[in-house]
Design a protein around this ligand. Structure first.
Ligand SMILES: [Zn+2]
Ligand SMILES: [Zn+2]
Length: 167
């Protein structure tokens, strides 16, 4: 990415929130309404997946979701299938941060999530930790000679470096 066409505006990233909050009943109702208005049936695994993604401040892989939700009795295939369903209707976005692992997060405006629709991600080159950078915006100053996908915003911006634990 050349410096001449991109300009970064830096705002501090969201503070990490590792411990998921206990979702209240209002939130569950919100997830159920969201599923129905997207044309999906409201099922326990779907609500659980939405709840988990809503409560995490960084994108989560299928493996992480499975591990977190295993105690609820959902199997791997169920969680995977539901993630795909949610991605297909556009409630959830999928990102590959270069390690060939899909990571999932709730899209903007979904049940009050702080995520913006398109935002860069930070990946630690040492431990692989991933962070969302919703306050970091890239602006394309000129579209001359730039692939169409760039001007259409169909590209992912990723920053690599050392996280606080590794730096
Ligand atoms: Zn690290
Ligand atoms: Zn993100």
């Amino acid at each position: 990415m050349s410096r001449s066409i991109m300009e970064a505006t830096w705002e501090p990233p969201l503070t990490k929130q590792k411990k998921p909050r206990k979702a209240d009943e209002r939130a569950v109702q919100e997830f159920q309404d969201l599923l129905r208005s997207s044309g999906l049936r409201s099922t326990a695994p779907r609500v659980a997946v939405l709840q988990y993604l809503h409560d995490s401040s960084e994108p989560s892989s299928h493996a992480e979701l499975f591990e977190a939700l295993a105690s609820k009795g959902f199997d791997r295939a169920t969680i995977y299938r539901n993630l795909m369903d949610l991605a297909e209707v556009g409630i959830v976005s999928r990102t590959d941060l270069g390690d060939h692992v899909w990571r999932f997060e709730l899209k903007k405006g979904v049940a009050g999530t702080a995520h913006t629709d398109e935002h860069p991600h930070f990946v630690c080159i040492h431990c692989g930790e991933v962070a969302c950078l919703p306050g970091l915006a890239f602006e394309v100053k000129s579209v001359k000679g730039v692939p169409k996908s760039v001007s259409k915003n169909k590209v992912a911006v990723q920053l690599k470096g050392l996280c606080d634990n590794c730096g």
